[in-house]
Ligand binder design. Structure first.
Ligand code: ATP
Length: 458
């Protein structure tokens, strides 16, 4: 797929209200500290949300670190030396344009205003009295570190994980004996004092990023930039996101961040329009040069063959865990009429589904329970399982459909005699009988067949 190629987006059945309500009802993600009325755009992740996030992180780590010989991991401090942020340009240039409604004084991000209110009125008070001229608003969230509460203790919550990789470039390169090209990857929380927080977990002030800084020879950077755009897009296909909901969009020159020589976003067709899921940036040598100048330390790679020090250029794929989780929820959401009922389901690919096998005794019964429990005990070391015996079997199937469980295993009274169980596949609702002795293999085959194989040509 080339930049700016736009397939016709398919109709998404989900909207943000449906997803917000399903996520709360099923313990995926809900407003933080709701007993106190919540807190602006802060969310807490419940048991199934935690599983979904873990899957996202692990799949990213597997594809970016474990399956590659030249990418290694890092976990840097969230609150670090503030000099990092002045060197990286964040204290001076990490701004968004802020405007204020002349009628109600509500504040907005100017560049998102057209999206929020296409007719130009104020999204809050709906009048059209206009807005103030844009002011630059710094998005760094700050705190005071140490026992004395004055400016000498001023520090910042990191707004991106990337700087950890730059300031530790030499440390990691030498301890891991890496040669160019190589990458450093990190997953962790970042914080931004966003002006507008909207669309559920799409944009929040506390969020989690998955970033990788790929250090290469300057002359190879254009090629690596192309490589990483395609690699990252293919990864989203491997999670089962529908190709027509994804596109690559190259930034125009005037859109580029202060550090960027070129940026392409992987965008998703959200219910409110196309929006960024991941940015792939060619950061050139901006960061290493800045940190070298500010710290007085050499941040270069010594190339023995060329007998020279090289300041590597950097390609950075930077994605958001929470934003990907929202994408997966929206993209997987479906409704269909079955009989005279609407069946709501999440068509999660098995690799992302919070639960991939549910074990359901036909009813809560003292004869069935021991067999069902022992089936569950055997499966839980191999699959992400859930045991559920509350309410009717029909309601339990619906519940599993709604959380996107690909397969349900039902233990019924016949199972006690024929030592077999029924497996039901979420999408087709097809049921087949499988002997308990061959259950693990049958489940692995079914899950495998439900895993999308679709990738785009490179
Ligand atoms: P946006 O233009 O949406 O503000 P950005 O271009 O500033 O995003 P990057 O700095 O490229 O974002 O961060 C990389 C990724 O981190 C984004 O693609 C997104 O998935 C995630 N991300 C950034 N800001 C937020 C936020 N406030 N809430 C949730 N996720 C975020």
């Amino acid at each position: 797929m080339t930049d700016n190629e736009i397939d016709a987006p398919s109709e998404m059945k989900a909207d943000i209200e449906k997803i917000t309500s399903l996520a709360k009802r099923r313990g995926i993600v809900f407003p933080s500290a709701e007993i106190y009325g919540g807190f602006a755009a802060a969310y807490d992740y419940g048991p199934l949300g935690v599983e979904l996030k873990r899957n996202i992180r692990e799949l990213w780590w597997q594809s970016m670190v474990q399956e590659r010989d030249n990418i290694v991991g890092l976990e840097a401090a969230i609150i670090t030396n503030p000099k990092v942020w002045s060197a990286a340009g964040h204290l001076d240039a990490f701004h968004d344009p802020l405007v204020e409604c002349l009628n109600c004084q509500a504040r907005f991000r100017e560049d998102l205003l057209a999206e929020e209110s296409p007719d130009g009125s104020c999204p809050t008070c709906k009048t059209d009295r206009g807005f103030t001229a844009p002011k630059q608003f710094n998005m760094m969230l700050s705190t005071i570190v140490g026992p004395v509460s004055d400016e000498s203790g001023r520090a910042y919550m990191r707004p991106e994980t990337a700087q950890g990789m730059f300031v530790n470039f030499s440390q990691v390169q030498s301890s891991m004996r890496q040669r160019l090209p190589f990458g450093i990857a990190q997953i962790g929380k970042s914080f931004r004092n966003e002006i507008t927080v909207k669309q559920f977990i799409f944009r929040t002030r506390e969020f989690e990023q998955m970033e990788m800084e790929f250090f290469c020879y300057p002359e190879d950077s254009a090629e690596w930039y192309e490589y990483w755009k395609q690699e990252r897009l293919n990864w989203y296909f491997s999670l089962g996101i529908r190709p027509q909901h994804l596109r690559l969009r190259a930034h125009a020159q005037e859109e580029l961040s202060h550090y960027s020589k070129g940026t392409t976003d992987i965008e998703v067709h959200f219910p409110w329009g196309w929006g960024e899921l991941e940015g792939i940036a060619n950061r050139g040598d901006f960061d290493l040069t800045q940190h070298s100048n500010h710290s007085g330390q050499k941040l270069t790679f010594f190339d023995q063959e060329r007998n020279e020090h090289v300041v590597p250029h950097v390609i950075e794929p930077a994605a958001g865990v929470d934003r990907l989780m929202l994408t997966l929820l929206l993209d997987a959401y479906d409704e269909e009429i079955v009989g005279d009922e609407t069946r709501t389901l999440l068509r999660f690919a098995p690799n992302v589904a919070p639960v991939n096998v549910a074990v359901l005794p036909l009813s809560r019964n003292e004869k069935l329970s021991p067999t069902a429990r022992s089936v569950h005990d055997r499966l839980k070391t191999q699959f992400r399982t859930q045991y559920d015996d509350a309410q009717s079997i029909g309601r339990r199937y619906r519940r599993q459909d709604e959380i996107g469980t690909p397969i349900c295993v039902t233990v019924d009274f016949e199972s006690l005699d024929d030592e077999a169980v029924t497996i039901r596949e979420r999408d087709s609702m097809k049921q087949i009988r499988v002997p308990i002795s061959g259950l693990s293999d049958a489940l692995a085959d079914s899950l495998n067949s439900m895993q999308p194989k679709m990738t785009r040509e490179k």
